[in-house]
Design a protein around this ligand. Structure first.
Ligand SMILES: N[C@@H](CCC(=O)N[C@@H](CS)C(=O)NCC(=O)O)C(=O)O
Length: 217
């Protein structure tokens, strides 16, 4: 197995997931700033042209961050971060979908269409006029989530899961690109501070992350 890695919040999710589960696999770096991921040799592996990807021993490529984590969870079930029962897994997937559809995807697209425009304009269809509206949706949905986090320690309840990692990595990145968690959101701010008490929150940062000028990558 070979993990195709780069600085960025999505590869960081997998790095944090690996650290939390104590899984060690080889990493190979792909230069996303230089666009190595948009060249045919990478597109042949992952036609979405994004990082991360996981290359299996039979040469098959798994991409999409959550799919990679779900695969790793099945191969390495110890220290479950997705759930050990059908209900736990369903609740986790329910929250993952809510978090991704409402918050993280909007946050990333808002970034791509504004501060990230120079990098992304020739890579994806960019809609600069949508950037502000998407960031506003992120803030609305954080208010919604803040209410639902009342008396919860983690996104799914008492147990730390992949849903926490996915949300945390996006919000940590958001802090550096003008999409901060509003101070009034007491529950989410408390959860965010709780996430930063985990060693994996630091150890998952890419060694070259600081040189990209972005936070939380
Ligand atoms: N839907 C993908 C999104 C991955 C993604 O956006 N990756 C970013 C890094 S965080 C990337 O590859 N950016 C460079 C590019 O798109 O060219 C996933 O869940 O893995």
């Amino acid at each position: 197995m070979n993990f195709l890695n780069a600085p960025g919040p999505n590869p960081r999710i997998v790095r944090m997931f690996l650290l939390e589960k104590g899984i060690v696999i080889p990493f190979e770096e792909i230069d996303i700033l230089e666009g190595q991921n948009r060249k045919s040799s990478y597109l042949d592996l992952n036609p979405a042209g994004q990082l991360p990807s996981l290359i299996l021993t039979n040469g098959k490529c798994i991409s999409e961050t959550v799919a990679i984590c779900e695969y790793l969870e099945e191969i390495f079930p110890d220290g479950s971060l997705i759930g050990t029962t059908a209900i736990e897994r369903a609740v986790n997937r329910m929250w993952l979908r809510r978090v991704e559809q409402n918050i993280t995807e909007n946050l990333y697209n808002s970034f791509r269409y504004s501060l990230g425009l120079e990098l992304f304009r020739d890579r994806v269809h960019c809609i600069p006029e949508a950037a502000e509206g998407l960031a506003a949706i992120v803030q609305e949905k954080l208010v919604w989530l803040d209410r639902l986090m009342h008396r919860k320690i983690y996104v799914c309840g008492d147990k730390f899961t992949l849903a926490d990692i996915v949300l945390f990595c996006a919000l940590d990145f958001g802090e550096g690109v003008g999409q901060q968690i509003d101070n009034s959101l007491i529950n989410i701010n408390a959860w965010f501070s709780r996430m930063y008490t985990r060693d994996s929150a630091y150890e998952s940062l890419h060694p070259d992350g600081a040189s990209t000028g972005r936070q939380g990558v």
